[in-house]
Ligand binder design. Structure first.
Ligand code: GAL
Length: 385
């Protein structure tokens, strides 16, 4: 039996207003109760399960979702799972036992939550899969995320820009290389890692085929490139190993595809330890616009990152959750499109709301990240929240 929480028209209006307010909160918003709820959905509780606090984006995501829901009069149980699968399962079990009406989950391992989700379904709890697709279950309602294939395309495009092969519009500049590049992927248990990789490889493949790009290590398979749990230290170790194995002959790595800022920082440390220094630092890509990486981009040590506005994703999750609780079909917001073809979770194609991402380079940090209130100039300058 599905629970229904009835929202009045006033609640809908209040949602629109508070989502707009929520968008101004910045990446470091505290998630404090903002009040102003219409009271129409009073008493509802939403469990929000985020993977980890080691990456600031998930803290920003969790806080923004909490703030958006609290503005609607919901009680929010926000938990972070320390990147530990049993911890996340346990936290969700507890949310279900405590009688939440709805769940919003960014899974650590997309396949590890089947029994929790069965219990949620049996209890009539709606489930939104947040940013990462939950796989191998019929018991999720919707998926909110970014266009993950496109994120991979953007990462690879920025690498090609960094190498001087294409300009920012993707126009060929005629460089023939050959350029030595190395490739990194995310955690294989995260569905996103495969989408980022596919988008990137499809973009790089013509240049790998023509010999403009050369992966000297020969490690061109996602299973070789993957970094479990997206860990910085593991990425640093792999980069060190690659440098030892493929570049001890005096040759240099000239660019690195990285799918996430934490991984990028590991790669950059390994390169610095091996003597790479400005002004000849190879372009390293990234994702998430983490503040420490934004500083590195300012300094020229990281070349690019992909900005995914967590405030907008949080708005999306709140809006879908409210619709589900009201027994309505969720509608896209001004920021999203509904996709009913792409995200097959192994059991069904999960209806998904997709947002757009942007490539950040040193010269658009201000327009993308500061002018939009995501970070303050001071945070960018200090590289800290
Ligand atoms: C992915 C997410 C990325 C990045 C990564 C590591 O699922 O889409 O934006 O955050 O996890 O946390």
């Amino acid at each position: 039996m599905r629970r229904k929480i009835y929202l009045t028209a006033a609640a809908g209006l209040s949602l629109a207003l508070s989502l707009a307010a929520c968008s101004g909160g910045g990446a470091g918003s505290t998630g404090k109760t903002t009040g102003g709820a219409s009271g129409a959905a009073e008493g509802g509780t939403v469990g929000v399960s985020m993977p980890t606090q080691t990456s600031e984006r998930w803290i920003a995501d969790g806080n923004a979702v909490k703030k958006g829901l609290e503005a609607q009069g919901f009680t929010v149980d926000l938990q972070f799972a320390n990147d530990d699968i049993p911890t996340q399962s346990q936290q969700i079990d507890q949310m279900i036992t405590q009688g939440v009406d709805s769940l919003i989950i960014a899974a650590i391992d997309g396949t590890a939550l089947s029994s929790q989700l069965q219990a949620a379904k049996d209890a009539g709890i709606t489930v939104v899969s947040y940013d990462r697709l939950i796989r191998d279950t019929e018991n999720i309602n919707y998926y909110v995320t970014f266009d993950n294939y496109q994120v991979g395309v953007q990462q690879a495009t920025s690498l090609l820009v960094g190498l001087g092969i294409v300009d920012r519009d993707g126009k060929e500049l005629g460089a023939t290389g050959p350029f030595n590049v190395e490739l990194f992927a995310g955690s294989l248990d995260d569905n996103n890692a495969h989408f980022f990789w596919q988008g990137a490889i499809d973009t790089l493949q013509p240049y790998l085929d023509s010999g403009v790009l050369v992966v000297k290590s020969g490690q061109t398979d996602i299973t070789q490139a993957a970094i479990i749990r997206w860990q910085q230290e593991t990425a640093q170790k792999r980069m060190e190993d690659l440098l030892t194995a493929a570049y001890s002959d005096g040759s240099k790595v000239q660019g690195v595809l990285s799918p996430y800022d934490g991984i990028s920082r590991g790669i950059i440390t390994a390169l610095q330890n091996a003597g790479y220094a400005l002004p000849d630092f190879p372009p390293v890509t990234g994702q998430d616009a983490e503040i420490a990486s934004v500083k590195l981009i300012n300094e020229g040590l990281q070349f690019s990152t992909i900005f995914k506005d967590t405030r907008k994703l949080a708005d999306e999750a709140v809006s879908v959750t409210l619709a589900l609780l009201a027994g309505e079909d969720p509608k896209p917001t001004a920021n999203s499109v509904l996709d009913t073809k792409t995200y097959d979770n192994g059991v069904f194609i999960v209806p998904s709301f997709l947002l757009k991402s942007d490539i950040v380079y040193a010269d658009n940090i201000t327009s993308l990240l500061v002018d939009t209130g995501y970070f303050t100039q001071d945070q960018v300058d200090r590289g800290q929240m």
